[in-house]
Write a new protein. Structure first.
Length: 129
């Protein structure tokens, strides 16, 4: 039964990126499309982090173990959307201009926190796989 629930959850989790592709194809991203893509992928990364972290409390609160079966899939979607977010920022916004990226990191110190978060997510995902 749980195997059949994973398939719709997988496709629902892909829905935000499919909406972005639709908006790219039909030119509906507004006047700053790169900024919009960066914000959408970042917001969905945070949403999936919250969903992933909510699995254990849900399991303890409801006394149902099936919540834990979906935690890995949601965690991998965290990595997917975080990678899309970083690649949009580095590849599309700054076109891999490392000097501009380093200047931006120095100006906005919050990026250092995000770099450590991405490293932690990468290490966690490599452990899960």
């Amino acid at each position: 039964m749980q195997k059949y629930i994973k398939i719709p959850i997988f496709f629902l989790s892909l829905l935000p990126i499919l909406i972005i592709f639709y908006q790219i194809i039909f030119n509906q991203l507004g006047p700053e499309p790169v900024k919009e893509i960066t914000h959408v992928t970042g917001n969905w990364t945070l949403r999936f982090i919250i969903i992933t972290l909510a699995m254990t409390p849900l399991q303890k609160f409801t006394k149902l173990n099936f919540w834990i079966n979906y935690r890995r899939m949601f965690g991998l979607f965290v990595f997917f959307y975080a990678s899309a977010h970083i690649m949009t920022y580095v590849g599309i916004d700054y076109r891999f201009d490392w000097s501009s990226i380093s200047d931006d990191i120095v100006k906005k110190k919050i990026y250092i926190c995000w770099i450590f978060s991405l490293a932690f997510i990468s290490a966690t995902c490599s452990y899960l796989i």
